[in-house]
Design a protein around this ligand. Structure first.
Ligand code: NAP
Length: 313
């Protein structure tokens, strides 16, 4: 018979790894299931300057997450790499069905995070990986000395635009309004960066090119005027990065858990509507999605899972 874990944690971002740390420290048999690399969104974030204690020179998202993973494992948290296909959440023993096996647990902590929202322009899928990207850390180097456009006006768009200036000749932020949403401190750095330009009140309508992206049509949201942007002939292509917010990875739970706009609803103790099932981090409905709030959610979820299991015994 398969082992029954005390806690199974779905996802190894900051929320899942913190839940793993607390589960392990509480001497509960704890398993984290992750399909890709650890860290979720911070695995592809170059700079994090607002996680408390984050003052180490040269610290990046991946270096922070590496320490989080090691810390969870140090306290006995087990790890498996698998893609979750289905979940059975009712009853005292929950079942998680992955591509490689099935896993049983008394409590489940869902920490599967969120992914980049598509830009929403015509032909977007066709040029994904051929000029369009959603990860500056992953793809900036492909645009060495080229022109790059960044869609969005939040923290992610502006921070990633600044990172892209280390590679690109010029970075233009395309924002649908005439004012950024990003934190003031981040905005100030971007306005002071001579390699960053802004295209206000603008959205991308369509993208095009023969093999790689070299043409797009943008629309002024106030006047409706359409403008075609083409790569200069010598370059032959330009980059287009989308950072316009997130969509939760919650499809597996539709019809099973209470949600709002795809985000899982929890109480302040991370409890969902099913006993023994908790949600933590960006996948749940909340007002602030940051590493520090994800980590806090993970800690609370694991402590509440611990109370839930203790009450079952
Ligand atoms: P966000 O804060 O939700 O901002 C999304 C941006 O995209 C907004 O400027 C929004 O415009 C724009 N947008 C949304 N839908 C659009 C559409 N269909 N077409 C064009 N533009 C669209 O998302 P984010 O910047 O990805 O950040 C997500 C979360 O991570 C936030 O909680 C953020 O604080 C956090 N984060 C924090 C840091 C940091 O603190 N260092 C870094 C990265 C991310 P409007 O402004 O007009 O709504």
């Amino acid at each position: 018979m398969s082992k029954i874990y005390d806690m199974i944690i779905l996802g190894a971002g900051p929320a899942g790894l913190t839940a793993g740390l607390y589960g392990g420290r509480g001497r509960r048999s704890t398993l984290i299931i992750e399909k890709g690399q650890d860290g979720g969104q911070i695995a592809t974030t170059n700079e994090i300057e607002n996680y408390p204690g984050q003052l180490l020179e040269g610290e990046t998202g991946p270096s922070l997450v590496k320490r989080m993973s090691e810390q969870a494992e140090k306290f006995g948290c087990e790890r498996v790499s698998d893609t979750i296909k289905a979940v059975e959440l009712d009853g005292d023993v929950k079942k998680v069905i992955g591509g490689r096996g099935e896993y049983l647990g008394k409590a489940i902590i869902i920490a599967m995070g969120a992914y980049a929202r598509p830009i929403g322009c015509k032909n977007e899928e066709e040029f994904r990986g051929r000029g369009i990207s959603y990860c500056a850390t992953c793809d900036a180097a492909f645009f060495e000395d080229l022109e790059v456009y960044v869609v969005g006006g939040g923290d992610a768009a502006v921070e990633e635009a600044m990172y892209l200036t280390k590679f690109a000749r010029k970075v233009t932020i395309i924002h649908r309004r005439d004012e950024l949403r990003a934190a003031r401190s981040i905005q100030e750095k971007a306005f002071a960066n001579p390699k960053i330009d802004f295209m206000w009140d603008t959205v991308v309508e369509s993208v095009d090119g023969e093999d790689v992206l070299n043409k797009m049509v943008v629309k002024n949201t106030k006047t409706g005027e359409l403008t075609t942007i083409e790569a200069n002939e010598e370059d032959g292509l330009f980059g287009l990065f989308g950072f316009i917010g997130l969509l939760p990875n919650s499809g597996l739970f539709e019809g099973k858990l209470d949600m709002e706009n795809g985000y899982i609803l929890t109480d302040e103790d991370m409890r969902t509507n099913i006993p023994g099932v908790f949600a933590a981090g960006d996948i749940r409905k909340k007002s602030l999605r940051q590493v520090v709030t994800a980590a806090a959610d993970g800690a609370i979820a694991a402590m509440q899972a611990e109370h839930y299991i203790s009450n079952m015994e």
